[in-house]
Design a protein around this ligand. Structure first.
Ligand code: FRU
Length: 530
C-alpha cells in the first residue's frame, strides 16, 4: 500500500471514530487527537508562520498500536487546529510503527522529520531480532511528507535504539538517540551531520550510572541559561521518597557538555513534573528564543476510563522552561496561554478548533460564558461564583464552595502560611455529586504541595507530593482544570504536576478546604475557559 493510501485509510478511520466519541473527559483546551490513541509529543517546531505539534498516534483504536504521526498546528500556541495524519508506517524498517522523533528546518528551508522505524522481534523466542533504526522524511508545508528511508542504522543492530532529537549546534547538526547497553543500562548516543543525510556516530555521551535504569527514551539536550540540560524518560527507576514514583519517569540533569565531550551532570535527576501522569516530554525553541516543552499525560499501566469513550491521551499545556540560579528548571505555562487566558477568556473558549484541512470535527465545545478576568487585582474572582474579598479566612475543618460548576478553567490561589495554621489547605476540584473529588493543596506537615486522588471514583488512586520553598511565607498555586485532567503549577515556576481526572456526571464544583486549623487565602482569581 502506498503512503497516500495508508494515510487516507487512517484518516477515514479517525473520522468514523470521532463521530461517535464521547466527550465527558475529552479536553477543551489541551491537545488531543480527534479520536484514538496518542502518546509522545513529536516533531515540535515553528515552520512557515505556524507552530506544529505531531504525536504518536494509533488511529484505529483507543489502545497503543502501530504508530502513525498525528498532527495539530497553531499560529499562537493557544488555538490549535487538527491537520491530517502526517506519517503512516509503510517501509519494511518501520513496519510495526513510526516511533518518536523530532523536526528541524534544514538549510534548504525544508522541514525534516527524524523518527524511529520500529520492527517487532520476528518471534518471541528471538527478542534479539527486534530492530530499531532512525529514518527521515521531508516536507515543504508540514502536512505532506516524502519519506527518505533509513538515515541512521546504528553502530550495530539494536532492539532498543530510538527517539532521535535533532538540533543545530553552530554549523553541525546533532542528534541524540536513546539506547540500551548490553548490561543493560540506559544510554544517550550522539550522531552528527553536515547535511542531515549522512550521519556519523560520536559515541555515548551519557550513561545512567547503574543498571537500575535499563533504557533511556526520548532524550532531549538543550542549552538553558548558559548550562546544558539533558532531559529524558527513564525506564526502570525505583522510587526514592517523592522522586521516581511513576512506572517510568521523565526528568532532567543539568551539567556541562560540548561537542566531542561527554555530558557531565552536576545535579541529581530531577522530575520534570511531579504528578502521576507525565512522560516523554519534548522541547523546541521558539523564533524568539524561548524553550517550550510539551509532555504526554501518560496513564501508564493503569485503567484509562476514556478508552471506552473512543480516545486516549492528551498533552500538557505548552510549558516555558527557564533555569533558576539553583540549577533547577523553572516551568510555567507559555506566556501566550497566560495572556490568552487573562485577556480573551471571555470571548472564546474553543482552543482546539475544527480542522479546515481535514474537514473533521473535534467534539463541539460549548462557547464560553466567561466574565472578564482581572488577575492583577487580588480580590477579583471572575466566575459564576460569589465575589470573595481577600484575604479569605477559612475556619478549621470548614469548606467553602468557590464555584458550583467549573469544568474548564484556571484557579489562581495564594495561601498565607504565616497566618495560616491548617495542616492541609487547598481546593477540591472536579467535585461531582457521586462524591468524586481531587484535592490540590499544601500540606504543612511535610512542606509539600500535594495532589491527592484518594476521593476519586474512577481511575487509579494515591497521591503525589513535591517539597516546596516556603521562605517568603506564601504558596502560590495555579490549578488548570480541563474536562479530564488537572495541571498544577507551583510558586511561579518551581514545580508542575499533571493529573488525569475523571469527574462524574453533572456540575463539577470547586471547594476550598481547611483541615485542622485556619487557612488564609490572600489572593484568589478564577477564569472560566469553557
Ligand atoms: C515513549 C515511547 C518511545 C517510543 C514511543 C512508541 O513513550 O516508548 O520511546 O518511540 O513511545 O510509541
Amino acid at each position: 500500500m502506498t503512503h497516500e493510501t495508508k494515510l487516507a485509510k487512517a484518516e477515514k478511520a479517525i473520522l468514523n471514530r470521532a463521530a461517535t466519541l464521547r466527550d465527558r473527559w475529552y479536553p477543551a483546551y489541551h491537545i488531543a487527537a480527534r479520536a484514538g490513541w496518542i502518546n509522545d509529543p513529536n516533531g515540535l517546531c515553528f515552520y512557515k508562520g505556524r507552530y506544529h505539534a505531531y504525536f504518536q498516534h494509533h488511529p484505529y483504536s483507543s489502545e497503543w498500536g502501530p504508530m502513525h504521526w498525528g498532527h495539530v498546528s497553531s499560529e499562537d500556541l493557544v488555538t490549535w487546529r487538527h491537520e491530517p495524519i502526517a506519517l503512516a508506517p509503510t517501509l519494511e524498517e518501520e513496519c510495526n510503527g513510526c516511533w518518536s522523533g523530532s523536526a528541524v528546518v534544514g538549510d534548504d528551508g525544508r522541514l525534516y522529520f527524524f523518527y524511529t522505524g520500529h520492527r517487532h522481534a520476528i518471534d518471541f523466542d528471538h527478542p534479539e531480532t527486534r530492530r530499531e533504526v532512525q529514518c527521515a522524511a521531508v516536507s515543504d508545508d508540514g502536512v505532506h511528507w516524502e519519506k527518505l528511508g533509513v538515515v541512521v542504522p546504528g553502530d550495530k543492530p539494536r532492539g532498543n535504539f530510538r527517539d532521535p532529537k535533532v538540533w543545530r549546534q553552530g554549523n553541525v547538526w546533532c542528534m541524540v538517540v536513546g539506547q540500551q547497553s548490553s548490561e543493560p543500562r540506559g544510554q544517550v548516543a550522539l550522531y552528527t551531520s553536515r547535511d542531515l543525510r549522512t550521519w556519523q556516530c560520536e559515541g555515548v555521551i551519557y550513561e545512567w550510572p547503574t543498571s537500575e535504569v535499563r533504557m533511556i527514551e526520548c532524550p532531549d539536550l538543550f542549552c538553558l541559561g548558559g548550562r546544558w540540560v539533558l532531559c529524558f524518560s527513564a525506564m526502570g527507576m525505583r522510587p526514592k521518597g517523592y522522586v521516581g514514583r511513576n512506572y517510568n519517569n521523565a526528568g532532567y540533569l543539568v551539567g556541562d557538555w560540548s561537542l566531542g565531550k561527554p555530558f557531565v551532570p552536576t545535579t541529581d535527576f530531577t522530575p520534570c513534573d511531579w504528578g502521576h501522569n507525565f512522560y516523554a516530554p519534548q522541547s523546541f525553541e521558539t523564533p524568539d528564543g524561548r524553550r517550550i516543552q510539551f509532555g504526554w499525560m501518560s496513564p501508564f499501566q493503569f485503567e484509562a476510563p476514556e478508552k471506552a469513550d473512543g480516545w486516549c491521551g492528551q498533552f500538557t499545556l505548552p510549558r516555558e522552561l527557564t533555569l533558576g540560579d539553583d540549577d533547577r528548571v523553572r516551568v510555567r505555562p507559555a506566556k501566550e496561554v497566560m495572556e490568552w487566558t487573562r485577556s480573551h477568556g471571555s470571548t472564546s473558549a474553543q482552543m482546539l478548533e475544527t480542522s479546515l484541512n481535514s474537514g473533521a470535527g473535534s467534539p463541539t465545545i460549548p462557547s464560553s460564558d466567561v466574565r472578564a478576568a482581572s488577575p492583577h487585582s487580588s480580590n477579583a474572582v471572575t466566575c459564576s461564583c460569589p465575589a470573595f474579598v481577600c484575604p479569605i479566612a477559612l475556619a478549621p475543618n470548614t469548606e467553602h464552595t468557590l464555584a458550583s460548576d467549573l469544568t474548564c478553567g484556571l484557579i489562581e490561589l495564594v495561601f498565607d502560611l504565616i497566618t495560616s495554621d491548617a495542616e492541609r489547605m487547598g481546593v477540591e476540584v472536579h467535585h461531582t455529586s457521586d462524591g468524586n473529588r481531587l484535592f490540590v493543596g499544601y500540606d504543612a506537615q511535610t512542606g509539600c504541595v500535594v495532589v491527592d486522588r484518594r476521593n476519586t471514583i474512577r481511575g487509579n488512586r494515591g497521591y503525589r507530593a513535591v517539597p516546596v520553598n516556603t521562605r517568603d511565607g506564601r504558596i502560590r498555586l495555579q490549578v488548570w482544570l480541563d474536562r479530564g485532567c488537572v495541571e498544577v503549577y507551583v510558586n511561579d515556576g518551581e514545580a508542575a504536576m499533571s493529573e488525569l481526572s475523571y469527574p462524574g456526571d453533572g456540575p463539577r464544583s470547586v471547594v476550598l478546604t481547611s483541615e485542622s486549623g485556619t487557612t488564609h487565602v490572600c489572593e484568589l482569581a478564577m477564569h472560566r475557559l469553557a
